[in-house]
Design a protein around this ligand. Structure first.
Ligand code: CP
Length: 310
C-alpha cells in the first residue's frame, strides 16, 4: 500500500506532490462512502482521537469529528474555553494528560503559529494541524485544491487568485504551497497593506487591482477579512474594502470568461462576496464543505496506517 512521506500533518510545507495525490485518490473513495445510505466504515475502529480546539471553529471541528466517526474512531472533544487551560495549565501538560488516557491522534487548532510543530516534539502521538494562528491550515488547502480538481479534472495549469487578507491568512499560505505543488499558477490580490512584505519570495504573482486579477483567473479564492487578527486598521473602512475587493454578480458577469468562486468560510456576506455570488452556481462553497469530510477521512486514514503498534 502507498504511504504518506510524513507521520504528522503539520502543514502543506513538508508534503510532496505524491502525498497530495495519494490523499486525493483516497478521498475519492471516501466521498463514495459518505454518499452511501450507510456512511460508516470500520477503518479506525481501534484508534482514539482527541480534537483540541484552543480557538473557535465551526466547519473544521465538525468536519474532523464527522470524518473520525465515519471511520469508526473513538472521539473525545476538548474546547479550551471550558477547560483547565483557563486555570493556567500549559499546552504540553494539557495534552500529556489527555494522552495518558490512551489517545493515538490529536487534531489541534491553536492561535499560535507553530503550535503543532512544538507539540510534535514533546508528545508521542500523531498530530494534525487544524489551523495554527496565521501560519498554516493544511486540510483547508487540501479540500480547496480537491474541489478545484473535482470541478476542472485537474489543478495543473489552472490560474488561481487568492483575494483579500493575505497577511493574516493561514488559508492563503497553505493554498499557495498546495497549488504550487500541484502545478497551478498562483496570484494574490488585495490592498498592499494586507500583503506580507515577503510575498514575492513565495513565487506568486501579485496584483492590487481586483478586475485585472479576475480577468486572469480561472478560480478566485475569496478570503474572509479577519477582524479578530487585526490590531491596527489596514484599510479605511469596510465599505471602502468592499468597493475595491468585494465580488458581486455584476463584476463576475462583466468578465470575458467564467471565474469559479471559492470561500473557506465563515463568509462575511456583503463584504468579500455578496449573498447572490455565495449562493450562485459560480461558487463551490458547499462543495468545499462536503469535500472537507472526505479529505479529512483520507488524511486520518493514511496517518493512522503509519501508527506503530506495540
Ligand atoms: N474554514 C474554516 O477553518 O472554518 P472554521 O473556522 O469554521 O473551522
Amino acid at each position: 500500500m502507498s504511504q504518506l512521506s510524513v507521520d504528522h500533518l503539520l502543514g502543506i510545507k513538508g508534503l510532496t506532490r505524491e502525498d497530495i495525490e495519494l490523499i486525493f485518490s483516497t478521498a475519492d473513495n471516501f466521498k463514495g462512502v459518505i454518499n452511501r445510505p450507510i456512511k460508516k466504515v470500520p477503518s479506525l475502529r481501534d484508534i482514539t482521537i482527541a480534537n483540541l480546539f484552543f480557538e473557535n471553529s465551526t466547519r473544521t471541528r465538525l468536519s474532523f469529528e464527522l470524518a473520525e466517526k465515519r471511520l469508526s474512531a473513538d472521539v473525545v472533544n476538548f474546547s479550551a474555553s471550558s477547560s483547565s487551560v483557563t486555570k493556567g495549565e500549559t499546552l504540553v501538560d494539557t495534552v500529556k494528560n489527555i494522552l495518558a488516557m490512551k489517545v493515538d491522534m490529536v487534531v489541534m487548532r491553536h492561535p499560535n503559529p507553530g503550535a503543532g510543530v512544538f507539540l510534535s516534539k514533546h508528545i508521542d502521538a500523531t498530530i494534525l494541524n487544524a489551523g495554527d494562528g496565521a501560519h498554516e491550515h493544511p486540510t483547508q488547502a487540501l479540500l480547496d485544491t480537491y474541489s478545484i480538481r473535482e470541478k476542472f479534472g485537474t489543478v495543473e495549469g489552472k490560474k488561481v487568485v487568492i483575494v483579500g487578507d493575505i497577511l493574516h491568512s493561514r488559508v492563503a499560505l497553505s493554498n499557495i504551497y498546495a497549488l504550487q505543488l500541484l502545478g497551478a499558477e498562483v496570484m494574490v490580490c488585495g490592498p498592499s497593506t494586507l500583503l506580507p512584505k515577503f510575498i514575492h519570495t513565495l513565487g506568486v504573482k501579485v496584483e492590487t487591482n481586483l478586475r485585472k486579477a479576475l480577468e486572469w483567473a480561472d478560480v478566485a479564492n475569496m478570503l474572509r477579512v479577519q477582524h479578530e487578527r487585526q490590531d491596527i486598521k489596514y484599510f479605511p473602512s469596510i465599505r471602502e474594502y468592499t468597493n475595491m475587493y468585494g465580488v458581486d454578480m455584476e463584476l463576475l458577469n462583466s468578465l470575458e470568461s467564467d471565474v469559479t468562486i471559492l470561500h473557506p468560510g465563515p463568509i462575511n456576506r456583503g463584504v468579500e462576496i455578496t449573498s447572490e455570488v455565495a449562493d450562485s452556481d459560480k461558487a463551490l462553497i458547499l462543495d468545499q464543505v462536503e469535500n472537507g469530510v472526505a479529505v479529512r477521512m483520507a488524511v486520518l486514514y493514511l496517518l493512522a496506517s503509519k501508527i506503530k503498534r506495540e
